[in-house]
Design a protein around this ligand. Structure first.
Ligand SMILES: NC(=O)c1ccc[n+]([C@@H]2O[C@H](COP(=O)([O-])OP(=O)(O)OC[C@H]3O[C@@H](n4cnc5c(N)ncnc54)[C@H](O)[C@@H]3O)[C@@H](O)[C@H]2O)c1
Length: 282
């Protein structure tokens, strides 16, 4: 096992990719801290982690708030005495509904997904920033002093292939995911001498709640999909754009995270790896 005795925090650990990452890390021997705002889903993932014989701690934390990021780090230290791995996985792909008190309408969701620069509101940009950039910034700030003191650590940020190349839709999301890639490089440079590796994974297309919601938006806005009733069918309609002609899975992302968290990747830092079936080849 590559991660025996390690402690890993996974933000958004109860969701689609977060669960996949949590289980892959647990399978390789790591104890897991699931930080999330969805406690019901977090308990299910914790039970699955324990089935591997690992410890699981659940922390209710909205990591878009700095005080919660600090508390999450403290609660992890109280429980495990150290933090070896941090996976900054929280992010949102559509209207950033998780991070707002606003009741977004169908029209808002359509606008954030398809809207041109002139249509997007200040709130759309704020939500994109809060959901996708702030969590990683606050978590790095909270965890790095401890990793520096222990002279080791692995930080893995989850960006997206949307952050690799500008497209015609989801401008706030893709701009903020691009910022995650640059944040990764900057922090990696700052902590390299402390033996802390900071890398990034850019997932492609995985059928989690994000892609289910996006498929529903396409069903409303794309005339070619007007007779489609099942979002899974609308999702499958985009897989032909992938060179390898298949979707990616949470486990694909989890296995890449295991590699980056392991000593196999000890001399890899500041990098962003596409796990996307060849959609972006750079
Ligand atoms: N699904 C994809 O195809 C895809 C592709 C590229 C990148 N990503 C990225 O992967 C990450 C995870 O996406 P996913 O598809 O698993 O989404 P998801 O919606 O299935 O899971 C997100 C999880 O994060 C939790 N969460 C949301 N806001 C939170 C907050 N403020 N504090 C703590 N927890 C919070 C949710 O409760 C949920 O458990 C995101 O950063 C996303 O942008 C996903």
């Amino acid at each position: 096992m590559k991660l025996e005795g390690k402690t890993a925090i996974i933000t958004g650990g109860a969701g689609g990719l977060g669960r996949g990452i949590a289980l892959c890390l647990a399978e390789e021997g790591a104890d897991i801290v699931i930080a999330d705002i969805n406690m019901e889903a977090a308990h299910k993932v914790a039970d699955e982690v324990k089935a591997f014989g690992r410890k699981a701690l659940i922390v209710m934390a909205d990591v878009t708030k700095e005080e919660n990021a600090r508390r999450l780090v403290q609660e992890t230290l109280n429980a495990f005495g150290k933090i070896d791995i941090l996976v900054n996985n929280v992010g949102a792909g559509h209207a950033e509904a998780h991070v707002t008190e606003d009741n977004l309408t169908e029209e808002d969701w359509n606008r954030v997904y398809t809207g041109g620069i002139a249509d997007l509101t200040e709130g759309d940009w704020d939500r994109g920033y809060i959901a996708n950039l702030k969590p990683g910034v606050f978590m790095c700030k909270a965890v790095i002093p401890y990793m520096r003191a222990q002279k080791s650590g692995k930080i893995i940020n989850i960006s997206s292939t949307a952050g690799r190349r500008g497209g015609g839709s989801r401008l706030p999301y893709s701009a903020m995911k691009s910022a995650v890639i640059i944040l990764t490089q900057g922090v990696a440079m700052q902590v390299a001498r402390d033996n802390i590796n900071v890398n990034c994974i850019c997932p492609g297309i995985i059928y989690t709640s994000i892609h289910e919601d996006m498929a529903k938006i396409r069903m409303r806005t794309n005339p070619k999909l007007k007779d489609v009733k099942d979002p899974r069918v609308a999702f499958e309609a985009i897989l032909g754009m992938i060179p390898m002609r298949r979707e990616q899975t949470p486990e694909d992302i989890g296995r890449c995270a295991v590699f980056l968290a392991s000593e196999d990747a000890r001399n890899i830092t500041g990098q962003s790896i596409n796990v996307d079936g060849g959609s972006i080849m750079s």
